[in-house]
Design a protein around this ligand. Structure first.
Ligand SMILES: *[C@@H]1O[C@H](CO)[C@@H](O)[C@H](O)[C@H]1NC(C)=O
Ligand SMILES: *[C@@H]1O[C@H](CO)[C@@H](O)[C@H](O)[C@H]1NC(C)=O
Ligand SMILES: *[C@@H]1O[C@H](CO)[C@@H](O)[C@H](O)[C@H]1NC(C)=O
Length: 414
């Protein structure tokens, strides 16, 4: 089993005491470590850009439903690949048939059943959320899960007002329309990894039907290596704001703003719902951490509902539970964790495109490259407790071996 480097003690103490480990001592160590972490947390939170339960409870409307909903959804008929999953992780999801049919004979969805991911994959897991999900029974179901995994940190009034604005025919599909001439939709998913520096992959990336980018996606000046198109910009409000401050000096002034660009929120806080509502009503953000922010500064002048998408919390929870189930989930620190924004982007492509090529994602040779392709000088890849980049790297390798992903590996042996 893999162990998170800093948390080995907690994990050992929580599991039935193995080998020579003394149960009492292990537990004491774990509690000490947890205490130290909790004390450090406010500082650590700022540094990591973590957003815990900052949401003031007064944001919850008085009429917010208060009873837990019964399980309205069906569980997977297949045995779950993670039988020991605690009920708190919520391995039951809504249903969405949107992506069941593809005219492509060799689509990922047709091939995945025969791979090691066949049991983890759910064909009907909702990928996006929009107006039809703004229902009280859905709120009762999803308010059990915090952060990106549910609606616990979002008041019903904000949620309803925000999601109701995503009411166009485009809101439920990532891409507005399929390429008429091609039955198979080919996607390039571009991470920001230093492996792209000097890669000359730009034209190959831009030649795909859709190009996905994430967070501090700078293209100006790097077109030869990363291309210049952006069909989907994937972000959470928190990661976008952090990127704007961290990478301003590298040239990141705002997310890509081309006519084809669609903005795909990975909501992990009420900030996301507030910013979406501000954009679709052409107003400043009216409360919370981003109060006063102009949506035009991020997304440009075209703020039609067709320009925006929002990932469904069921999808993020499903990815965490079934594809990126990190060891930290077995420790008391589990609420800190979610799959990284880049990982969610790549897995969203795997679930919605017929063919996926990934560029700028972490490979086993990552130490040879800078953290980002746009770094002015070499920076080591940074690891934080809220993501598990090494687990994600292993997943890309497995998807590659299963033939579901073409991963750019530069000059490394495939
Ligand atoms: C979508 O919502 C907006 C704002 O409430 C409304 O003006 C518009 O008519 C709605 N469109 C559809 C297709 O329901
Ligand atoms: C990308 O580059 C091509 C070729 O130089 C150019 O025709 C196109 O307009 C550019 N697209 C964007 C979005 O900048
Ligand atoms: C990017 O590649 C160039 C050419 O190989 C190299 O000189 C430069 O140091 C690299 N940048 C970073 C940040 O590693």
């Amino acid at each position: 089993m893999r162990r998170p480097p800093a948390l080995g003690c907690c994990r050992a103490a929580l599991a039935p005491c193995p080998g020579r480990c003394a149960r009492g001592a292990g537990l004491a160590l774990a509690l000490l470590a947890l205490l130290a972490l909790l004390l450090l947390l406010p500082a650590a939170q700022r540094r990591l850009g973590l957003e815990l339960s900052r949401t003031p409870t007064r944001l919850q409307a008085p009429r917010a439903p208060t009873t837990e909903a019964p399980e309205l959804v069906t569980r997977s008929p297949r045995p779950t690949p993670v039988p020991s999953l605690p009920p708190s992780l919520g391995d039951a999801y809504g249903r969405d048939e949107t992506y069941r049919s593809s005219e492509c004979p060799s689509s990922i969805r047709k091939r995945i059943a025969a791979t090691e991911f066949g049991a983890a994959f759910l064909a009907t897991v909702p990928v996006l959320q929009w107006a039809q999900h703004a229902r009280e029974e859905e709120y009762r179901r999803l308010r059990r899960y915090a952060g990106a995994h549910g609606w616990k940190n979002v008041g019903w009034d904000v949620l309803k007002a925000s999601l109701s604005l995503l009411n166009t025919s485009a809101s439920g599909l990532l891409a507005d329309s399929r390429q008429a001439s091609a039955p198979c939709v080919r996607c390039a998913v571009v991470g920001n990894g230093g492996i792209l520096n000097g890669s000359r992959m730009g034209p190959a990336i831009d030649a795909h039907h859709h190009v996905f980018r994430v967070n501090g996606a700078i293209t100006a000046g790097f077109e030869r290596d990363v291309g210049n198109r952006t069909s989907f910009y994937v972000f959470s409000t928190n990661t976008m704001m952090n990127s704007l401050s961290s990478y301003a000096a590298d040239g990141f002034k705002h997310p890509p703003q081309t006519p084809e660009t669609r903005y795909v929120f990975l909501p992990d806080h009420d900030r996301d719902y507030l910013l979406l509502r501000a954009a679709l009503t052409r107003q400043r953000v009216d409360r919370g951490r981003d109060k006063g922010a102009w949506p035009q500064d991020y997304f440009g002048q075209d703020l039609r509902a067709e320009k925006f998408r929002m990932l469904h919390p069921d999808f993020i929870r499903y990815l965490r539970n079934r594809f990126l189930r990190a060891d930290i989930l077995a420790t008391p620190l589990w609420p800190l964790y979610r799959p990284s924004t880049g990982a969610v982007m790549l897995l969203a492509a795997i679930h919605t495109c017929d063919e996926v090529s990934a560029f700028g994602f972490m490979t086993p040779g990552y130490r040879a490259y800078s953290d980002h392709y746009f770094d002015r000088r070499h920076k080591q890849v940074q690891f934080f407790a809220n993501h598990d980049l090494k687990l994600e790297m292993q997943l890309w390798q497995r998807l590659q071996r299963s033939g579901l992903l073409r991963l750019y590996t530069g000059t490394e042996r495939p």
